[in-house]
Design a protein around this ligand. Structure first.
Ligand SMILES: N[C@@H](CCC(=O)N[C@@H](CS)C(=O)NCC(=O)O)C(=O)O
Length: 220
């Protein structure tokens, strides 16, 4: 049995689930008890997701995805040729290393107490998106004609990317290949399922967060 400890709203959790749907792997989602000694024992960094498979514990979403590829090589989410496989890995790395400012910008847009250096975060995101635009395929899915690991990472990231657009920020729409991709992938049933699950979890999270904020304000 494969268990994933995490929340559906996390883009890092959602990428593993999306890979599972694309490959037909059954993955049970369990809430991650972040901050508890039990969770720290599974992942000393304290972040979700953590995979549990027959007693084997594995953190870090991209390593989990690679592990699942090794366990279930077909259908491959990486591809056949070395070039195809490299590109399927390059887009996830670009998203993780260079596009993470999206989350700071979004948080700052929805929580006025969260202070960031906005020009710096914007410049970082712009730089990351430039790279993403460079590597994205002009047709088909992100890294090749078919769905790959690149899509499993990009689609959950875009759930939050689209939220930035909902705040009136047109950053993403200024990238032509990315805009084409967003339009194309919106019709993909697996992407739709992942976005719906993320949306349900995100809404529940926001409801609880607002209630907690109100309760804290009443106490002051
Ligand atoms: N590099 C990690 C990042 C995971 C990550 O940032 N997870 C967030 C949720 S979206 C988390 O667990 N945050 C809790 C915390 O930092 O305390 C991965 O790819 O798995």
């Amino acid at each position: 049995m494969i268990v994933l400890h995490g929340s559906a709203g996390s883009p890092y959790v959602a990428r593993v689930r999306m890979q599972g749907y694309a490959k037909g792997i059954d993955i049970a989602l369990r809430p991650a008890a972040l901050g508890t000694p039990e969770f720290q024992a599974m992942n000393p960094i304290g972040k979700m997701p953590v995979l549990e498979h027959n007693g084997f514990i594995l953190p870090e979403s991209l390593i989990i995805c690679e592990y699942l590829e090794d366990l279930h090589p077909t259908p491959s989410m990486l591809g056949v040729t070395p070039q195809e496989r490299a590109l399927a890995r390059l887009i996830p790395r670009t998203v993780d290393l260079y596009c993470a400012s999206l989350f700071s910008l979004l948080r700052a847009a929805s929580d006025s107490s969260f202070k960031i250096d906005e020009p710096t975060e914007r410049a970082n995101l712009e730089k990351g998106l430039n790279a993403l635009e460079h590597f994205l395929q002009p047709t088909g899915y992100a890294a090749r004609a078919e769905l790959s690991l690149a899509d499993c990472v990009l689609v959950p990231w875009l759930y939050y990317g689209n939220k930035l657009a909902a705040f009136g920020d047109d950053t993403l729409s200024r990238f032509a290949k990315l805009s084409r991709y967003i339009e194309m992938v919106a019709d993909d049933p697996i992407a739709q399922q992942v976005w719906a699950e993320m949306d349900e979890a995100f809404r529940a999270f926001m409801t609880k967060w607002k209630a907690d904020q109100e309760a804290a304000a009443k106490k002051d």
